[in-house]
Design a protein around this ligand. Structure first.
Ligand code: FE2
Ligand code: FE2
Length: 490
């Protein structure tokens, strides 16, 4: 009996260890929640009030209006929940963008339903949402925006409704993956062409009047005009996406790749003024990218975040060992461990200032404090203890916060392993390298640095293997190839 209890306890313990910790969602203030709720109420009123304009009005009509009102309110709530699930770090501004776009579409439907095709009303906002908040949120938005039509008298052709859903779903799915502005332009050309051809096949050739129509673009129902208007609105949307990025703090793939350009002034400065830190950054990019690929994380995000994680060292490059190239160490001259710890902490504080000055998105700026977490500056703590045994550890820990995402946690682990792997003997075996990596990762785990990161045990195992693979590549590069006088080929 005791054996069974012990086995059950062990199994329960193993199950708990294998579970991913539940992440705390970002807190949204009461005022923001109230504003969001009021906008949802407004959407529900706009989308349902026409049901109350029937005369004479009886109880059944009021009941039907009430049901529609509640249905739309719940749909808006579900949309917010889906967006929060897909983006755990979504801000109130971004939620506000999603519901404001829904409100704008409902108002446009009321005001311009007879002039503008539904394709041009629903597809462009879906592009913005998929780019900024992901495909699932965009799909949820499309389904709610397409299903609720405020005016029951406007009946959409079934075929047009089908084409609208297919085109909007394609834009939502591709929009979340597109990695360059050029691909966005291609999408804004091919989707209208696709909608034109499908309308031609499903709705009819007789709905084209290219030459005779006076309202060339705003001729609702004419399939050429509808597709042309869709192309124009999509092109304008693409032009305005950078403005949405800065106002609502959206981080699109295209923006991430632009920021990862090594010719950006801040990164150029890092390579010129702190070449050691720049080299360290490049190696970390390799380690972090491989690990993120292994666990299926956001590679573009971590590559860009890694590039900027130590920009704060620009405030005093020669105070960091990688930039000292054998010259004298200013920390030795200072001979004050607490002051040295302050210089180390300053690379985080100054980094955040650089991030603000260069308008880096929040998700990228998060890498700056979170890659150090609340780690202990062991070397200076030991030095301080040699002078005063009662010294408080608090002065020798970074201010944090600890990594709040898988990506920032991987960067912390890569940051810890980089120097050790670079310093490793070229003849070291894979087993020795793996042991070094495991020890570094275990020390951070034990210190509680990965507690909020959502990394599971299995993912940590994969990260170790990824770092080992990168180490093998580094070792391979460092092995000198045998050359001879006669060997002139290659
Ligand atoms: Fe750092
Ligand atoms: Fe670093």
């Amino acid at each position: 009996m005791q054996n069974i209890t012990t086995t059950l306890k062990k199994l329960f313990y193993l199950w708990r260890r294998s579970q991913v910790p539940v992440k705390q969602p970002i807190k949204i203030s009461r005022i923001d929640n109230l504003i969001i709720f009021l906008v949802c109420i407004l959407i529900s009123i706009i989308s349902s009030y026409k049901l109350l304009l029937i005369s004479p009005l009886n109880i059944a009509d009021i009941f039907s209006w009430f049901l529609t009102f509640i249905e739309i309110l719940i749909s808006s709530g579900v949309l917010i929940l889906v967006s929060k699930k897909e983006n755990p770090t979504i801000s109130s501004r971004q939620i506000f963008l999603i519901i404001t776009l829904l409100l704008a579409v409902q108002v446009t439907k009321l005001a311009l339903a007879s002039t503008i095709s539904p394709l041009s009303m629903i597809i462009p906002p879906a592009l913005i949402i998929s780019q900024g908040m992901g495909s699932i949120t965009a799909l949820a938005w499309v389904s709610i925006a397409s299903l609720i039509w405020p005016d029951p008298e406007i009946v959409i052709n079934n075929n047009l409704f089908f084409i609208l859903l297919v085109c909007a779903s394609i834009v939502s799915l591709l929009g979340g993956r597109i990695r360059s502005r050029a691909q966005l332009l291609q999408l804004s050309i091919f989707v209208p062409i696709g909608s034109f051809l499908s309308q031609w096949i499903l709705i009819g050739k007789d709905k084209i009047s290219i030459i005779n129509n006076q309202d060339f673009v705003l001729a609702n129902g004419d399939i050429f005009s509808d597709s042309l208007l869709l192309a124009i609105v999509m092109l304008f949307t693409i032009l305005f996406i950078p403005i949405f990025e800065s106002i609502f703090g959206l981080l699109t793939k295209a923006r991430l790749l632009e920021l990862a350009d090594k010719e950006k002034p801040l990164i150029r400065r890092l390579s010129l003024e702190a070449p050691g830190t720049f080299e360290h950054t490049l190696l970390i990019c390799g380690l972090a990218e491989e690990a993120t690929r292994m666990i299926g994380g956001d590679i573009d995000l971590i590559k860009t975040g890694a590039l900027y994680h130590d920009v704060g060292k620009l405030h005093a490059p020669n105070w960091f060992i990688e930039n000292q190239d054998g010259s004298k160490n200013p920390h030795d001259e200072l001979d004050d461990p607490i002051k040295s710890a302050e210089v180390l902490q300053a690379h985080v504080d100054e980094g955040l200032k650089f991030a603000r000055k260069n308008r880096l998105p929040k998700l990228i700026a998060n890498f700056i404090p979170e890659h150090q977490g609340t780690l202990k500056m062991g070397y200076f703590f030991q030095k301080a203890k040699e002078k005063n045994l009662d010294i408080n550890e608090y002065y020798f820990r970074y201010k944090g916060p600890i990594p709040q995402s898988k990506e920032t946690a991987i960067l912390m682990l890569a940051d810890g392993c980089e120097a050790a792997l670079r310093a490793m003997n070229i003849n070291a075996s894979d087993k020795e390298a793996l042991e070094t990596i495991s020890n570094i990762i275990y020390s951070r785990q034990k210190d509680g640095q990965l507690d909020d990161s959502n990394l599971s045990k299995g993912e940590i195992f994969l990260i170790k293997r990824a770092f080992l693979n990168v180490w093998k590549r580094i070792r391979h590069r460092r092995i000198q190839y045998p050359t001879s006088k006669n060997n002139t080929f290659s």
